[in-house]
Every structure is written in structure tokens, then in C-alpha cells.
Design a protein around this ligand. Structure first.
Ligand code: SAM
Ligand code: SF4
Length: 348
């Protein structure tokens, strides 16, 4: 059934009349880096048997596409470290060819991009988000606990050469990149890349106290206005980013500020973990176990019904709190739900 996609597919509509057209899929919880705000140094990763196979991921994604999802973002952990991940991209690209899927894209730390960019581009991946918090090799090593900046820069270059549009995502980190952000913007825009700044979110237990890492984007923006003219843009993506044009560079800059704004009203997305749990909202714990359904039946109609049922439970919004308290507001790490776009909603 998943490949027998009727046009137009009946969209998934949640109880708040939001059409769910965007699915983010974490294909692994593993990563070759250990960014200090994302993972603990000693992460316990999931046993491989718990992960959905690439075939299962393809089947599930295809069911979502048959139910009106138009955009897929592959993420992680680090998606490009999953063994044979290109097999999944190859399979999913058939939905681009058929027109059922409008966009297939990924968020990556860029360490493997030099190797994969040409094939990704050939398969129809037109845009890629690369996470990069600093252009200082020493700080990069410190933040990621093991990364080599030149490797990521080579990956970005390879993606650009392959014709992909690259967007740089940087988490604003107090005492790490606050001073550097204006120069990073000049660098990214100078190469024709959009850039988005993200506030640290309280997802998963890490060694550090996130209130020590937290740098409000309101402060960053104020500082930026000392150097740049920022003109608000109306662009919305159904997510929590707000955009401005930086007049001096001509480039676009996004702000993802989950702690200070409420974006839930336009939320169009749900998230699938690498174990097949469907999270209806990044900031809420309610989920649906699609792996159980997937493994219990070969009938995609049953799977589609499980997806529909889950969507009826999508909450109106979330309620993050970042303050000096343990445990983290949401116990699962970002690498499990794999989103640099936070929940549509507010953190107080
Ligand atoms: N490994 C890939 C990468 O780094 O792009 C994809 C997964 S990573 C979890 C996706 C994004 O989430 C990255 O941009 C990362 O900086 C961001 N991120 C991770 N933990 C975060 C947190 N606690 N708060 C805000 N952003 C976070
Ligand atoms: Fe890995 Fe991405 Fe998390 Fe960094 S942010 S540890 S690259 S998953």
C-alpha cells in the first residue's frame, strides 16, 4: 500500500486542525561527536536490535508519505554514521521522483559529508543543514569533545560543490561562541549559506548545567544589531524559526528561541525515533510505539491507522522549563528525537 500513493493523499489533521506534513526521522542515536550540550561523555547507546532496520524505516516513511507527509528530514544522532544509510536515501528518493514527496533533506554534523554529498545530491537532496557552533578549531574540539574542524569544512565545501544549498545551524553557547557569532554570519553569508541560531534546550541529562551554557538569543540579537541591520522577514516554515535579512551581507538569519516564544499554533511536524517511537511534540513525553505495529503486521493499512490514531493525540503545545533543576525538563536527548528545531512551543 505504501507505494500505492493516491493523489492527493488525505492529509493527517490533528485535533487543532494542523495538517501534519513534516516528519523528522532519527535514524540512529549514535554519533561520532559528543557535543557538550547534546550528549554526555559516556553515553549509553541503544542496542542495535532495538533500532528499526533501514527497510522498516523505509516502510514507515512511505506510509507517512501516503498519508500526506511532504517533507522528510533525516537526522540522528549523526545520520551519516549509520551503516548503509545511503540505502535509505536511495529508497526514499523514489517518492521524490514520483512527486509524492516534495523534499528529502538531512541534518548532519558534516563529518561524513565529503564522502556522501555527491550521491545525496544525485538522489535529489537539494538542501542540507550542517551543525557548526564555532569556526575556531580549538573550541570546536572542545565543544564536540573530539571533532576536527577542517573535516567539517571540507564536508560543507563538498556539499556546495555538489550543488546543495547548505544552511549552518549554530547553538548559541555562553562563553563559547557569543563573541564569534557576527563573524560566523559574515562567513556563512559570504558563501551564500543561510544561518540559524538555536537556544540550548533542556533535553536529556548531560554533565553540565545547561543554565551555564544558555545564552539567550535576545542578547545575541541585541549585540548583532550593533553591527548589522536586521530586517524581519515574513518567512515561516511551520516551525519555530523566525527570520531576518542581514542587510550588510544580504543573507538570511534564523532565530530558534523556544525558551522565549510560543510557536505551537503553526506546528506541522512529528518526530520518529530510531526505535520507531512517534513523538507528537518534542517537549512532551506522549508517544506511539509504531515499531510494535510495524513488526506485528505486514499490512500497511493497519500501520496507517496507528499513525492516524497517534496524530489524534498531538498536544496543543509544550511547556519547557529551563532553570536550575534536575532532572532535565525532557529526559530524552536531542540525539534520540533528532531535532534542531525544537518543539513548536514555549520554554519559560
Ligand atoms: N548530529 C547531527 C547534527 O549535529 O546536526 C544531527 C542531530 S543533532 C541532535 C541536531 C541538532 O540539534 C544540532 O544542530 C545540534 O546542535 C542540536 N542540539 C543538540 N542538543 C541540543 C540542545 N540540548 N539544545 C539545543 N540544540 C541542541
Ligand atoms: Fe552528535 Fe549532533 Fe549531538 Fe553533536 S549535536 S553530539 S553532532 S548528535
Amino acid at each position: 500500500m505504501a507505494d500505492d500513493i493516491s493523489f492527493p493523499p488525505a492529509p493527517l489533521i490533528d485535533p487543532f486542525q494542523r495538517a501534519i506534513t513534516y516528519l523528522r526521522i532519527s535514524v540512529t542515536d549514535r554519533c561520532d561527536l559528543r557535543c557538550a550540550y547534546c550528549m554526555s561523555e559516556t553515553m549509553q547507546f541503544l542496542p542495535k536490535r532495538d533500532l528499526l532496520s533501514l527497510e522498516e524505516l523505509d516502510r514507515l516513511c512511505s506510509v507517512f508519505i501516503a498519508r500526506g507527509v511532504r517533507k522528510l528530514r533525516i537526522t540522528g544522532g549523526e545520520p551519516l554514521v549509520r551503516r548503509d544509510i545511503m540505502h535509505l536515501f536511495r529508497r526514499l528518493s523514489r517518492h521524490l521522483d514520483s512527486g509524492a514527496l516534495k523534499e528529502l533533506t538531512l541534518t548532519t554534523n558534516g563529518t561524513q559529508l565529503a564522502r556522501f554529498a555527491p550521491e545525496l545530491a544525485a538522489l535529489g537532496v537539494k538542501r542540507v543543514n550542517v551543525s557548526l557552533d564555532t569556526l575556531d578549531a580549538g573550541k570546536f574540539r572542545e565543544v564536540t569533545r573530539r571533532g576536527d574542524l577542517p573535516v567539517v569544512l571540507d564536508g560543507i565545501e563538498a556539499a556546495r560543490k555538489a550543488g546543495m544549498q547548505v544552511k549552518i545551524n549554530a547553538v548559541a553557547l555562553r562563553d563559547v561562541n557569543g563573541d564569534e557569532i557576527p563573524d560566523m554570519i559574515a562567513w556563512a553569508h559570504g558563501l551564500g549559506m543561510d544561518m540559524t541560531l538555536i537556544e540550548v534546550m533542556p533535553l536529556g541529562e548531560i554533565e553540565a548545567d545547561r543554565t551555564d551554557q544558555f545564552l539567550p538569543l535576545s542578547v545575541v540579537r541585541q549585540r548583532l544589531e550593533g553591527r548589522y541591520t536586521l530586517t524581519p522577514l515574513p518567512d515561516r516554515t511551520g516551525g519555530p524559526a523566525r527570520y531576518v535579512r542581514v542587510e550588510e551581507t544580504g543573507g538570511r538569519l534564523g532565530f530558534i528561541t523556544p525558551l522565549t516564544h510560543n510557536f505551537c499554533e503553526s506546528c506541522n511536524r512529528v518526530r520518529l525515533t530510531c526505535t520507531g517511537q512517534l513523538y507528537l511534540c518534542l517537549g512532551q513525553e506522549d508517544s506511539a510505539d509504531l515499531r510494535a505495529v510495524l513488526r506485528a503486521t505486514q499490512d500497511d493499512a493497519v500501520l496507517a491507522r496507528a499513525v492516524e490514531e497517534a496524530i489524534t493525540r498531538k498536544p496543543k503545545g509544550h511547556d519547557f522549563v529551563i532553570e536550575r533543576q534536575r532532572p532535565a525538563a525532557v529526559p530524552r536527548h536531542m540525539s534520540v528525537t533528532g531535532a534542531e528545531r525544537p518543539p513548536s512551543g514555549s520554554m519559560r
